[in-house]
Design a protein around this ligand. Sequence first.
Ligand code: GDP
Length: 392
Amino acid sequence: MKLAMIGFGQAGGKVVDKFLEYDKRTDSEIVRAAAAVNTAKADLMGLEHISESQRVLIGQSRVKGHGVGADNELGAEIAEEDIDEVQGAIDSIPVHEVDAFLVVAGLGGGTGSGGAPVLAKHLKRIYTEPVYGLGILPGSDEGGIYTLNAARSFQTFVREVDNLLVFDNDAWRKTGESVQGGYEQINDEIVRRFGILFGAGEVQEGQEVAESVVDSSEIINTLSGGGVSTVGYAEEEVEETSSGGLLSRLRNGEETDELDTAHTTNRITSLVRKAALGRLTLPCEIEGSERALLVLAGPPEYLNRKGIERGRKWLEEQTGSMEVRGGDYPYRGSGFVASVILLAGVTNVPRIKELQQVAIEAQDNLEEIREESDENLEELVDDDEDELESLF
Ligand code: GDP
């Protein structure tokens, strides 16, 4: 499906930049238009693929291009004040050619955390296309203020979008890694998962149209109904030759046609299980998911309807959902078969409850500390007997 992607804040901009790079590299054609919005000039300058005309610096009169310093209330205020400047960049997007908007932001900071929900609300008011959010949760080691920002932004963002796709940095953090190096890998993971998912609805010219290709409308229908979504992924390398590796092996080798079909089917069902039971972008209980979409991507000779159908049934049992869609995404030249599972409308998410708990504690602590330091300052500045008089 074709998306208009808008990255809000540093993380949002970087991830959209990476989506553009992925799009160019793989010819996925999912990014019909891309823009980045920020209060920090340096962050916008660091982008590589988003064109300069589509980088919008907001809040210049308030923060002079230096960012909002993790103050997401200020981020939201500035986004509201300068929404016309953001709209200026969106005006150049051929909206009739996009299937949906995707607003991407890290929820722990200030600009994206505050601004992304404001932008989503604005887009929903103006356009009829669905507006999705991709919200990135902070690592639990980032500290109280980031957790508080994320919890407040998450709550607001979910209400303003047609669906909030969530990626949890905490679940993907590797110990002993530099933050920067870690983000590189994490961003690759984000783009791979969501790239294949959204690419599924966009069969390129010259690609074989397989038996049951996933269509954009199936992605949209799975995401419709709102709420929070998570994505599972698993892949397996396969041998791929331009003439179709499988067929040539069949002719030369001893394997029979049936055996290979069985093998293909089994590979698919096992990939479906691995994707659903492995690490999700937002870890949660898959039971109780309202809707799901299963996408099998890979060279067409490695995809078959039976495998997908079995995988779909298994997902129905595991989620208890009556709305599990499935299909394939013929994808040549990658050398792998991948299973991507979109679980939409998940509600049993311990990580969110934990985030909220820590956020409430941080909020209480912050208030206490603020009151205490006000008192301490007063004590320091005022003389004990109140004998001194201020100048004015
Ligand atoms: P903003 O510019 O004020 O919106 O804030 P940032 O985007 O810099 O940071 C917000 C949060 O996003 C941080 O707390 C991190 O959890 C996360 N973050 C920052 N940069 C990246 C990145 O490149 N990738 C990912 N996955 N997360 C990031």
